[in-house]
Design a protein around this ligand. Structure first.
Ligand code: GDP
Ligand code: MN
Length: 373
């Protein structure tokens, strides 16, 4: 039984490592194989959903204001769902101070969740808009983000673009655990970009996720079955055979949440739902075509849905052996799994497994479509 435990843990760690090494060696160095054009300047609408973002919304708007993109081609829509902390007033105020910005505030009378709010906002966008971008209020872009993202859309095969991401507290990147997070992030960023070079990545991030508007209309708006506005629509688009990519020439910053644990669990819940339901959804829409994205999807599906449980099984066997048979081998093996927790990257990996496991269980009774803030 100890042997079985070692085998399960071995598979748990070896598969993602092998996949990462392979993707990084074989796919990451490839060219994009898409036409990138710096002069391509379509109409863009940036949509910021807000619920009680009074503390961040002004910084967010100031940050968008600094984008190097022609103002007349760039509109901001803030869609607020009955915030109780004066978010809407702050947006109106900011708008008055910046009459040179094309800013629209949409207010929902009651809160129904982020995706319903986004779908409501989509109804207010004219069809001649080429690209829409969702961005969470607690995320920040470098000044060239928009330009860099948009240039990939010059190729009609590209239908979704997201960016690299790092996490930071308001005080910056000083604290140690954040650096640990960011080591882990670079693993993810590399992997997502590698997948994107081959075809597309199934995991996009809400700090900046851009879509060719036509495609969002084609899939009838943002689906509401997962609660996320990034990975799910991007994956549906990839299943259409179009590219849904993460680019590495832009890195956005996301603020660490006060309650990071619950947030991670909720996001893992949404991501799991995405892996469980999106492919079927794409097939039902009748838009699914076979592509190299299928391979990526299968592997990531395994890594999110199955792989965490190998670790649970392994640990359960060892604990069982230790408790019922007093196995010294089991004790040593558990120790061997715990010691590397001193390494940030390992710790971050284990935490991600914990999030996924809690998420899977939690999905049985709540999908967290409307989360507390
Ligand atoms: P996290 O980044 O995954 O922790 O999620 P957030 O709580 O930051 O939410 C992402 C974005 O959606 C933020 O800009 C929120 O203000 C916004 N948001 C969350 N819930 C709602 C909602 O019910 N309605 C609207 N309009 N926006 C929401
Ligand atoms: Mn957020």
């Amino acid at each position: 039984m100890d042997l079985l435990a070692v085998a399960l843990a071995g598979v748990h760690f070896a598969l993602p490592l092998a996949y990462y090494s392979y993707a990084k060696a074989k796919w990451l160095p490839r060219p994009w194989n898409v036409k990138i054009d710096e002069n391509y300047k379509p109409k863009v609408v940036v949509i910021v959903p807000t619920y009680n973002e009074g503390l961040t919304i002004r910084d967010k708007l100031n940050n968008l204001y600094e984008q190097n993109y022609p103002r007349e081609l760039f509109e901001i829509i803030v869609v607020d769902s009955a915030s109780e902390d004066g978010t809407a007033e702050k947006v109106r105020e900011w708008g008055k101070e910046h009459p040179d910005v094309n800013l629209k505030l949409l207010e929902e009378p009651v809160r129904r969740g982020m995706n319903p709010a986004l779908n409501f906002a989509l109804k207010h966008i004219s069809k001649d808009v080429e690209i829409i971008i969702f961005t969470d209020a607690d995320s920040y872009w470098p000044p060239d983000a928009l330009r860099s993202v948009v240039k990939y859309f010059a190729d009609p095969i590209v239908a979704a673009v997201t960016t690299n991401i790092v996490l930071a507290s308001r005080e910056g990147l000083r604290r140690k655990e954040e650096m640990g997070e960011n080591v882990y992030r670079s693993y993810y960023n590399n992997l997502r970009v590698s997948e994107s070079k081959l075809h597309s990545t199934p995991v996009h991030n809400g700090a900046l996720v851009a879509f060719r508007f036509r495609f969002i209309r084609k899939i009838n708006g943002i689906p509401e079955f997962t609660g996320n506005n990034d990975s799910t629509p991007a994956s549906i688009i990839a299943f259409m055979g179009y590219r849904a990519i993460q680019i590495s020439d832009v890195t956005t910053v996301e603020l660490l949440a006060r309650n990071n644990f619950l947030r991670k669990v909720r996001r893992a819940q949404h991501l799991l739902l995405s892996f469980l339901k999106t492919k079927r959804y794409a097939k039902k829409l009748g838009i699914y075509v076979k592509s190299p994205f299928d391979t990526i999807w299968r592997i990531e599906w395994w890594l999110h849905v199955i792989n965490p449980w190998l670790l649970v099984a392994s640990l359960s066997f060892l604990i069982f052996n230790l408790v019922f048979y007093g196995s010294v081998t089991a004790l040593v093996l558990i120790g061997a799994g715990l010691i590397p927790l001193m390494l940030k990257a390992y710790r971050a990996w284990i935490m991600q497994q914990v999030y996924l496991i809690i998420a899977a269980v939690r999905n049985l009774w709540t999908r967290e479509i409307m989360w507390s803030k």
